[in-house]
Write a protein that binds this ligand. Structure first.
Ligand code: ZN
Ligand code: ZN
Length: 361
């Protein structure tokens, strides 16, 4: 099914969840969820869903775009959307009205509550659309593949242009530029380029530091293409790698491979996480692995499921997740290796084509 035909079937798939959550209608305010359910890519909107009804509320900037992108009933409102939404709700009388509790701003909840006039009761709903988004369709997987391939190509091109003495921010700019040249609409998150001791900060910001020879160089990058994201981390060496760091690199690589080896339809995410931690423990490096093993991605760079120590998720074929163990030694440096992986019935497919062999640039 082409992506354009999927939106209405996604909305249909969502409906059985209404009974489960004891709601008659749902007000969707997450833009990613709105895009998933309608195809609308604007930056301002809300979606009302009920059996047989899909109404997209947005503002006059999107009059044309909304009618082109969606088959929903489009209502254009000026100013804040919520007074217009309340008016519509008074007519629709949705009864038990679900709202996304982690997505709706407090002022909107407060306003909708005060103005309900007993035509509806707000019911907080958690992750209804997000749960459905975890398993990707063929069309979505195709877009993620494009994003992943583009990201890896941008990595190759940028590394070819690397010269010792460049600032972290120079290399980050080169990466971002190459992504855009290759067709990304944007980066999926702020590109991380961290050298030397900076690489010990899992989310370092590229700065003025010059990337010298014989240093660690950690690059974490992702592209957004047609709404779909990719995510990859590689740690390379600029010149000679000290034996102790070679060994640490080997440890992280083995940990990543051990986690990947557990991925299949039906695998529990705690097991995926534990497999990598176990390998690092063997190297005495498990205490240096300070974050979770990975996360789902798709329309957003971080989405369900999470793959961490305490996450009770089960992987299903069609989910796309990252596997990204890392170790961080304060004041010295860090290593992380991250791929984007597609869960299949019998195992998984590593979508990221970039080599993970220890690389010297
Ligand atoms: Zn990443
Ligand atoms: Zn990631």
């Amino acid at each position: 099914m082409p992506l354009s035909a999927e939106y209405s079937s996604r909305r249909q798939t969502l409906l059985p969840g209404f009974a489960e959550h004891k709601i008659d209608g749902l007000l969707v305010t997450s833009l990613a969820n709105i895009r998933y359910l309608t195809g609308f890519t604007g930056s301002h909107g809300a979606l009302y869903l009920a059996p047989g009804k899909a109404i997209l509320f947005t503002d006059p900037r999107y009059t044309l775009q909304a009618s082109q992108e969606t088959t929903c009933d489009v209502r254009i409102l000026t100013g804040s959307l919520f007074p217009g939404i309340v008016k519509a709700l008074h007519r629709l009388k949705p009864g038990q009205l679900g709202f996304e509790k982690s997505q709706m701003p407090y002022f909107a909840w407060d306003y909708l509550t005060r103005e309900s006039k007993s035509r509806y009761t707000l019911v907080p709903v958690d992750s209804l659309v997000e749960t459905q988004r975890m398993v990707k369709s063929e069309a979505e997987i195709a877009l993620i593949r494009e994003s992943v391939n583009l990201n890896s190509q941008a990595f190759d091109r940028a590394l070819k242009r690397f010269k010792p003495g460049m600032r972290e921010s120079d290399l980050a700019a080169e990466i971002d530029y190459q992504m855009r040249r290759l067709g990304a609409s944007s980066t999926a998150f702020e590109t991380i380029v961290a050298t030397g001791a900076h690489s010990a900060l899992p989310h370092a910001r590229p700065g003025e530091t010059r990337i010298e020879t014989n240093q660690l160089l950690l690059i974490d990058m992702g592209a957004t293409r047609q709404g779909y994201t990719s995510d990859m981390t590689r740690t390379v060496f600029t010149g000679k790698a000290a034996p102790v760091w070679r060994k640490r690199y080997q440890a992280v690589l083995e940990a990543q491979q051990a986690s990947i080896a557990t991925i299949r339809d039906g695998a529990r995410t705690v097991k995926v996480d534990a497999a990598g931690r176990q390998v690092l423990k063997g190297y005495g490096l498990d205490k240096q692995f300070t974050h979770s093993t990975g996360h789902g991605l798709g329309l957003e760079i971080h989405e369900a499921p999470r793959l961490g120590k305490r996450d009770k998720n089960v992987l299903r074929a069609g989910m796309v997740v990252t596997v990204e163990p890392g170790i961080y030694l304060e004041g010295q440096g860090g290593i992380r290796i991250e791929d984007t992986v597609l869960v299949t019935a019998s195992g998984c497919e590593i979508l990221t084509p970039t080599s993970k062999e220890l690389t010297v640039v």
